[in-house]
Design a protein. Sequence first.
Length: 385
Amino acid sequence: MQSTKRIGAHALQAPATKTLNMSTGPVEVTPRVRKAQDVGSFNPHQEPFWQYHDETVALLGKTMRTKSRVFMMHGSIRAGLDMALFNLIRQGTRVLCLQNGYWSQMIGDWAEARGAKVTRLSFNGLAPVDPETVRSALNKDHYDIVTMTQVETNGGMLNPTQEVGEIVSKTDALFLLDTACSVGAVELQTDEWNVDVSSTGAHKCLGGIPGLAIVTFSDKAWRYMEKLPVQAGYFNAKTWWRQTMDRNFEVSFTPPAQLVMALRESLLEINEIGLEDYWQLHKEVADEVLDRFAQMDIHHIMDKGPAANQRQAYSNTVLAMALPGSMEVESFRLRLLENYGIFVGGNISEQRGTSFRLGLMTFAQMDRVNLYGTLGCMEEVIRQG
């Protein structure tokens, strides 16, 4: 049995009985989602699984606001991104990479690795992409694909998807968007905002369990792919669609039934409250948390950048926060975990070691007990110095 701990000069504290995941993914999930996994193993030959599969795909389309093709495949978020790049890129494909953080840069790296000719349009790492700069670049040169992240997590920023999508739509280029830390919790009108290809996963704002990637292709993207030389392989989108949606020949893999059932349940939870209300809930919770942090002298790292105090540029799902004074981030995170059982993420790339990231992605993370408990424990760690 664990012993009590002495925190500070006198106070004894009971040991933490669980770890509360307040990171940016994988995320804390609700009891309903955990319970939904408890199903017998389906296989591709059993019709009941495919009924649940199709219902989940329909819920994804509703949540992502798209009537285009939605792929649900086993693998991480990055497996979904690689599936998209596999189907879109051939040697010499011209890609304009809108880059203002670690993940947007990575998309460009992966595109290059697949043979694309990548032009990187770099922006300040503490500010969103500037649409007019994108417009200017597209007026000067022709590109096949424009890539961007909706939420760039190491900066905790929200990029202007609607504006960039409108600009790209006036060209022949496809607009590829990484929605890993946004879709479900941040407004995304996939079709209306001219997003041709998107990739995300079940285990972040959609509130599911790790192991499912979700990719969407617009009709424009599908027509583009049909003109490319055929590239056979496991990630071939046309084969995948025929097997999982048309189902006009044998499925050649084992679907992860438990993960599908968990994602279905989380999507039902989101749509029960209503998607617009869910977006608004995230904004109101993020506003409240930012106010509480300010009282603790914890500040968003964008406060020191060119987009300081432009609230619309701050993500509601990923808060990238700097601690007061000379307090060390890793020591803060370790004490929070060891003394209180609360896990928050560190940061990456240029922000590594200078800030931590708090996830506000799911119902479980915004639960009043979990949220206020986290803030109270953070306040106590800071008070102890």
